[in-house]
Design a protein around this ligand. Structure first.
Ligand SMILES: Nc1ncnc2c1ncn2[C@@H]1O[C@H](COP(=O)(O)OP(=O)(O)OP(=O)(O)O)[C@@H](O)[C@H]1O
Length: 278
């Protein structure tokens, strides 16, 4: 009788189940979400449910649909008809992105959508004003009355900049800053909205090893000290394996596996499609 086992080549069926939390009861969830762009199905019938206080990492190779899914959760894209998005147990599918932000959903951007010609302080302050005003136009008017906003918001913004070790850069224009600092400014802006759930879109893309380590440290502290729910989109499996409570793997828009990181990274299907290693 052969002593060989087949356990390393069999897909782990525990990773092929449904959402851990019913999407409609989750702090953030989606049900039957598909998104097509012409002939391309970017997200293919995905349902997830994230519990309060979890750190979830959504991983997958290039083009797997990670950013599209995040944009649907965030409200930048509508899902195709039939798909639903839930925030704090409420159906927010029809709710605009900025309204979801006011209900506690913050995000960073893979492509860093910072105001290049403004300094760090102005970038964070502007977002702070958007939090307090019912619409963008009013926020800009409000922002114009500099003293008022300063009195109301400066303290919180100082705390955020201090926390992310950005205070010394507060008067530096974004356009002159290196990528590691710019990614931190993006994180500071998302924190200025005082989110309960933070969506991070490849927040470590393009960073050096040391910068990635710093970023993980900041996010871990936020997770532990502020009790934030973290949803992190990440291309690099290794970066998130140690820190996540659970991982969700996308492949060609579909959900390939979900579960504890240690089990996910050992799953032969995940290894094959994601790392290319059997
Ligand atoms: N606005 C769009 N119009 C057309 N096709 C799109 C659009 N956005 C995404 N796609 C396509 O949908 C698929 C999924 O893209 P998406 O950016 O969501 O993947 P990803 O997993 O985030 O990839 P990456 O790791 O490279 O950022 C890709 O084939 C992409 O070309």
């Amino acid at each position: 009788m052969s002593s060989e086992t087949t356990t390393t080549t069999e897909p782990n069926l525990d990773l092929r189940g449904g959402p851990k939390v019913p999407p409609e009861q989750a702090v953030l969830g989606c049900n039957d979400v598909t998104k097509t762009f012409g002939a391309v199905t970017a997200v293919d019938d995905v349902s997830i449910g994230i519990d309060e206080g979890e750190w979830i990492s959504i991983v997958g190779p290039n083009g797997a649909g990670k950013t599209t899914l995040l944009n649907i959760l965030n409200g930048f894209y509508d899902p195709d008809p039939g798909g639903k998005v839930y925030l704090n147990g409420q159906d927010v599918t029809a709710l605009k992105s900025y309204k979801r932000a006011r209900r506690g959903l913050g995000r960073t951007f893979q492509g860093l959508e910072l105001f290049e010609s403004e300094d760090v302080l102005e970038n964070v302050m502007t977002v702070r004003a958007v939090k307090q005003q019912p619409n963008i136009l009013q926020a800009l008017t409000f922002y114009g009355s500099g003293r008022k906003i300063e009195a109301q918001n400066m303290r919180r913004v100082e705390e955020i900049l201090d926390y992310l070790e950005l205070w010394e850069h507060r008067h530096s224009k974004i356009s002159g800053l290196p990528l590691g600092i710019r990614r931190r400014v993006d994180l500071a802006r998302s924190l200025a909205l005082e989110p309960d759930v933070l969506l991070l879109d490849e927040a470590m893309s393009g960073l050096t090893f040391d910068e990635k380590y710093d970023m993980i440290r900041y996010i871990t502290d936020l997770y532990e000290e502020e009790g934030l729910t973290i949803v992190m989109i990440e291309h690099d499996l290794e970066v998130v394996t140690d820190v996540s409570d659970r991982m969700i793997v996308l492949q060609k828009g579909g959900l390939l596996a979900r579960g504890p990181p240690a089990a996910v990274v050992e799953d032969p299907e995940v290894r094959r499609v994601y790392t290319g290693v059997d």
